[in-house]
Ligand binder design. Structure first.
Ligand code: AHG
Ligand code: MN
Ligand code: MN
Length: 333
């Protein structure tokens, strides 16, 4: 499709490839894109309004909630709760399942999302994002149950992210490749800019919070030492923004690996399986890359709780396989 095609037009064309598709998906994603425009607007002018800083409470993960976390969460809910396409939602900022109110129609899809990823970066004008995944409801009845949300990532129908960076981008997959759209701020539309995105089989960049080096197990330290060229060879470059979406997006375009391993303080790492790791894992696999917990593909993990964490190694396939090999060997080298 030509560059500059609107997101909506692209979705309609994709929808036609599925005989019997009702357009519900297109409508849901269009509403999400509208929510993203509102969030992008607020993020871009964050220093001007009274919306910077902490909201004065901690979330279910015990982390400081920023005002923009709440704003993004509420904006997304407000844009999609009445569409009649959803049975429920799970968000990083809500402890329990969000059930669609009685007075709205309920639908067959479930939305899982991280409303604002990297939110501690807002105060310093660094890129942040939104991550989302969509599942089909699997239990009978209208209301969503925990079982519905605890499906493996492999069952996702669609996943995407928004990057509020030097430009605002929407990247998504519905299982037919990965496509990227850039918000034209004058037109107010997401326009096709990156069709059929693929990731290099091997990159030259690693992204990790290096400050945790001495908390890591030996295989991870060993792996990073080797990327730095300890055993010779030209070293990888280190690039770490501290916003998963931004780090992932760069590596998707340029190749490389993002890792947030488990460590002595946080054995399961930091990132959440359902609405951070799973959507990005679906995208990276569709782009020809790999996402792993270190021992298995992220998309094959059976979730047990809504907000569970997982170690994450994601990016170029050969890079991810390499760190998996170090972990398997257990630092014997
Ligand atoms: P969130 O803002 O949604 O809580 O996510 C923050 C995450 C992720 O975006 C980032 O990659 C990671 O936290 C950074 O963690 P460190 O500060 O430990 O590097
Ligand atoms: Mn996040
Ligand atoms: Mn968040």
């Amino acid at each position: 499709m030509y560059k500059g095609t609107t997101f909506t037009r692209f979705l309609i064309a994709e929808q036609r490839k599925f005989p019997g598709a009702t357009g519900e998906f297109t409508s849901l994603l269009t509403e999400l894109a509208t929510a993203a425009k509102i969030i992008a607007h607020e993020v871009n002018r964050a220093g001007l309004g009274n919306i910077l800083g902490a909201a004065g409470r901690t979330n279910v993960q015990g982390e400081q909630v920023q005002k923009l976390d709440e704003f993004a969460n509420e904006t997304i809910i407000r844009m999609v709760d009445h569409t009649g396409h959803l049975a429920g939602m799970v968000s990083e900022e809500m402890e329990d399942i969000f059930h669609i109110q009685e007075h709205h129609l309920r639908g067959k899809y479930l939305l899982l999302f991280d409303p604002l990823d990297g939110s501690s970066n807002i105060d310093v004008s660094v890129g942040v994002g939104t991550i989302f995944g969509i599942h089909r409801k699997i239990t009978p009845g209208e209301d969503a149950t925990p079982e519905d949300f605890l499906q493996k990532g492999r069952a996702q129908l669609c996943a995407g992210y928004l990057l509020y960076g030097s430009s605002t981008m929407l990247v998504y997959t519905a299982g037919q490749g990965v496509h990227g759209f850039t918000l034209d701020p004058n037109v107010g539309e997401f326009l096709l800019s990156h069709e059929q995105m693929t990731i290099m089989k091997r990159g030259k960049t690693f992204s990790v919070n290096d400050g945790r080096y001495f908390l890591w197990d030996h295989p991870i330290r060993h792996y990073i030492d080797d990327l730095r060229g300890k055993e010779g060879g030209s070293p990888y470059s280190s690039r770490y923004i501290g916003s998963l979406v931004a780090d992932f997006h760069r590596n998707l375009l340029k190749g490389g690996i993002y890792l947030y391993p488990g460590d002595r303080e946080s054995p399961s790492g930091k990132l959440r399986l359902l609405y951070e790791a799973n959507p990005l894992a679906f995208i990276v696999e569709q782009a020809g890359g790999r996402a792993s917990s270190g021992t298995e593909a992220i998309l094959d993990i059976q979730p047990i709780t809504l907000h569970q964490r997982t170690p994450l190694f994601i990016g170029s396939e050969e890079d991810v396989r390499m760190v998996e090999a170090y972990i398997k060997e257990g630092g014997k080298r």
